[in-house]
Design a protein. Structure first.
Length: 277
């Protein structure tokens, strides 16, 4: 079975310390995308899910533990996402596994994760040193101090999104940012916290309506990837921008953070790590 209820999420689990690719639990994207009306047509966006792992260790040929930071890029076109706890269990299974070198580990990770996702997954390993990490704010106009009255916290309400009244014939390019994105794991109910960046070109979108809409995810239960796809689709359908990208940087849980990016164009997701990551 490939539904979240059959995954290890929310269940007592034995942590294997030896390599086991069978721990990876793929979940079809199509079930959630069908709820968004995407089941019978090509995806209207391009994108990637960027995972960062902070708890990766293995043994070198002398038996000495090694550690690294890892980045994984799963294409949005892949038929499966990988359930996050199974991902953590899989990474932990390398903890007592001897590897010839980091390149061998990187190749093994790419092979196993690509098989689980059903599409090529890019893997990069980096030294776990501060010199390898820089923090920055996501650029754009911060919406969080608008002083907007809010009374809707879920489920998400697309009808909250509005173009700026009286400016429907104008065309602007702007980037909006909020640190107030919060949703919940659909299996455990644990909160997922994130920063979301919306970049678009088109008729001006009312900033207060965007903030109200983002906050309406606060009691919504869904995976990170599907929340971002819902945001992209709702903005596209309600506000009809000429171009649109939505990028969420979520805080880590279980040694992993997940950062989905969806765009009407082919530009790459910005390289960034926020203060909460």
């Amino acid at each position: 079975m490939t539904t979240p209820d059959h995954s290890p999420l929310g269940k007592t689990t034995v942590y294997s310390s030896h390599y086991d690719p069978g721990l990876l639990f793929p979940i079809p994207r199509q079930a959630n995308r069908g709820q968004l009306g995407l089941e019978d047509r090509a995806l209207p966006f391009h994108g990637v899910d960027i995972w960062n792992a902070y708890e990766l260790s293995w043994l070198d040929p002398l038996g000495c533990p090694q550690v690294a930071l890892a980045e994984f890029r799963v294409p949005a076109s892949s038929p499966h996402i990988i359930e996050s706890k199974s991902f953590k269990l899989y990474l932990n299974s390398f903890s007592q596994e001897p590897m010839a070198d980091a390149d061998s580990l990187q190749a093994m990770l790419a092979r196993d994760l690509s098989a689980a996702a059903g599409a090529p997954v890019e893997v990069v390993l980096r030294p776990a040193r501060c010199s390898q990490i820089s923090l920055a704010d996501m650029d754009g106009t911060l919406l969080d101090q608008l002083g907007v009255r809010i009374d809707s916290y879920g489920p998400p309400q697309a009808e909250l999104l509005q173009r700026k009244e009286g400016h429907e014939d104008s065309v602007v390019e702007e980037t909006l940012v909020s640190d107030l994105l919060r949703s919940n794991c659909p299996v455990t109910g644990q909160p997922d916290w994130g920063t979301v960046q919306i970049r678009y070109r088109g008729a001006p979108i009312d900033h207060a309506s965007v903030l109200r809409y983002i906050v309406s995810f606060r009691e919504h239960s869904d995976f990170h990837e599907h929340c971002v796809e819902r945001i992209w689709l709702d903005l596209q359908q309600r506000c009809q921008p000429q171009s649109l990208s939505v990028y969420a940087r979520y805080t880590r849980r279980g040694g992993l953070d997940i950062n989905p990016y969806r765009s009407s164009g082919l530009e790459a997701a910005p390289e960034i790590r926020t203060a909460r990551q």
